[in-house]
Design a binder for this molecule. Sequence first.
Ligand SMILES: O=P(O)(O)OC[C@@H](O)[C@@H](O)c1c[nH]c2ccccc12
Length: 261
Amino acid sequence: MNKLEEICATKRDEVAARKQDRSLADLEANARDRSAPRGFRSALARAQHSGFGLIAEIKKASPSKGLIREDFQPAAHARAYAAGGAACLSVLTDAPYFQGHEDYLVEARNACDLAVLRKDFMVDPWQVVESRALGADAILIIVAALDDGAMTEIESAAIDYGMDVLVEVHDQAEMERAFSLQSRLIGVNNRDLRSFATDLATTERLAPLAPEGSLLVGESGIATRADCERLARSGVRSFLVGESLMRHVDVEAATRALIGT
Ligand SMILES: O=P(O)(O)OC[C@@H](O)[C@@H](O)c1c[nH]c2ccccc12
């Protein structure tokens, strides 16, 4: 079993346990009661029209690096990212591998007016309803983690709630599978979730293979403005950045230095 399969197996158990505590009807009522999602894709499109679109990630720890940030304060990080010019946020909610929590998403979203992606491993449409009930504006679909049927079902649930979907691919075969989805918001993960090796050339190689009209996001291993400029040369003007920003003492200044003009 590779790491991604292991994470997804753990997630399936977690979701089965959560389903015991929270009825779908209650979650649905909660999700429907919320005001409309904040536009995630539209915020990126706007930002990358005149500069770079940044999805700034709130990430406490990762399986490959362990604890990234000691003084972890989701609300303060969210405000610093917003002040530094991020277009949207991503918040890790997976606990076993990333030390994330749903509360971090709620705290971050309440602290600013940016649209927020729930960064977790979606294996069941039930999690989409849960995500909307928490307030998430967008979800992630990791193509490598799902078969075509599950991928489509999860996407349909998100569209049903008016949420945006970031479709994550890591190789050509996954990019080809992404064509069968409706979302044209495609993230190319430079990190191989099976080995955790990171290479920015992944985005350069896959960007030209994306469906017509896609908004592309370069994900993982991006640390400097030069990295953003490098990826922009292959037509990618939006980025998902976590660790390198989280490690700075002054997160707002680091955000501005990464994408500011
Ligand atoms: O911290 P980095 O190297 O800037 O990467 C951010 C983000 O791309 C990464 O956290 C990520 C990309 N896809 C994922 C899927 C699950 C968990 C995490 C991720």
